[in-house]
Design a protein. Structure first.
Lengths: 269, 84
């Protein structure tokens, strides 16, 4: 049975699209058939992070409106042929995402894929609501920072009451926290909320902790999701998270500050 | 920390303050989460009635809805001003 997973956060700029792109590739690399859908109507970006922006012909709204078939709109990833992307529309009104339309497209995708990943827009408006509404599982991306933590609590509350599952009494959406932009050295100095702080405040365990890393920008510059960078700690942390979502037990890495060399201790850096 | 940092005035860790503020905020948000939509209006009207008789602050009235097993408990508390 295919599973719908939403990547959401409430707050913008915390790494939803980076996360969606990376975990989509991660699932695909492990052999899952994956469709990743950009719900950010008007501000499409997933195609850019995935590196397929020049191959977008039709988009999500075109499919909903019947301008084209779903298969015509799906863009096959160049790296994994079991991974497809459905881009967001760049121009149209976000109200084009109707409940019935979104449901039809997601059901069609569920027939052909193992995992349908929904990349939510920021905020708690219509687009974000539609991205989470049909989800079986949610990955709430959070930064160790006050506004992000508060917003993610708000999103968790909305998911508990305003999802299809909640409305039909089918039980809760499975919720996971994914902590991004984590800086262990700053946590050690007491400048940044720790993994435990965030878990305690929100009453939820993290499924992954992605260290703050310059590799994320390098990856988006190239349109190659950071999980595919085998030398990147952020990439490795994403791979751990993907495996945990699939039920593997993995130790948490990159949570401790790096040991500094003698010269670094003296001169800083 | 480098040798140079040693001489700089270091800011105190602020993460504990963030944790404290968020804990309060999130617990408040969660206690109101399952409350019915009319609660804020009810609170406002109760405040207006009370103010006809006693001069209280605008935050003197708190209303809470809690679920305890099969029962919904409605809790109303009014903080009266000191008699000075």
């Amino acid at each position: 049975m295919a599973e719908i997973i939403v990547v959401t956060s409430g707050k913008g700029g915390v790494g939803k699209t980076t996360t969606s792109a990376s975990i989509a590739c991660g699932f695909a690399r492990l052999g899952k058939r994956v469709a990743v859908v950009d719900f950010d109507i008007g501000l499409r970006n997933l195609d850019l992070i995935m590196g397929c922006e020049r191959r977008v012909v039709y988009d999500f709204v075109n499919v909903i409106n019947g301008d084209c078939g779903l298969k015509q709109a799906l863009i096959k990833d160049k790296r994994f042929d079991n991974l497809s992307i459905l881009a967001a529309s760049q121009t149209r009104d976000k109200d084009a995402l109707t409940v019935a339309g979104v449901e039809r497209v997601l059901n069609d995708l569920k027939a052909d894929f193992d995992i349908v990943l929904c990349d939510s827009p920021a905020g708690i408006e219509h687009g974000a609501h539609m991205a989470m509404y049909f989800a079986d599982r949610a990955i709430v991306v959070v930064n160790p920072e006050v506004s992000s933590v508060r917003d993610s609590d708000r999103v968790l509350g909305l998911m508990a009451s305003k999802s299809r599952r909640a409305e039909l009494g089918q039980g809760k959406i499975a919720e996971h926290l994914l902590l991004t932009r984590y800086a262990p050295d700053r946590v050690e100095r007491g400048e940044m909320l720790s993994v435990k702080d965030v878990e305690d405040i929100l009453g939820l365990k993290v499924i992954g902790v992605i260290p703050e890393s310059p590799d994320v920008l390098q990856a988006s510059n190239q349109g190659t999701p950071v999980i595919l960078d085998e030398n990147s700690e952020a990439g490795m942390a994403y791979d751990d998270a993907v495996r945990r979502i699939l039920g593997e037990t993995r130790p948490y890495r990159f949570l401790e500050p790096k040991k500094k060399g003698f010269l670094q201790r003296i001169f800083g850096g | 920390m480098s040798l140079f940092d040693f001489f700089k005035a270091r800011p105190k860790g602020t993460a504990s303050l963030a944790r404290e503020r968020l804990t309060i905020l999130v617990s408040q948000a969660r206690s109101n989460r399952n409350a019915p939509d009319y609660l804020p209006v009810l609170r406002k009207e109760l405040l207006e009635v009370i103010r006809k008789y006693v001069n209280v602050d605008s935050d003197a009235v708190t209303v809470k809805m809690q679920t305890d097993g099969n029962q919904d408990i409605f809790e109303l508390s009014v903080t009266l001003p000191d008699k000075t």
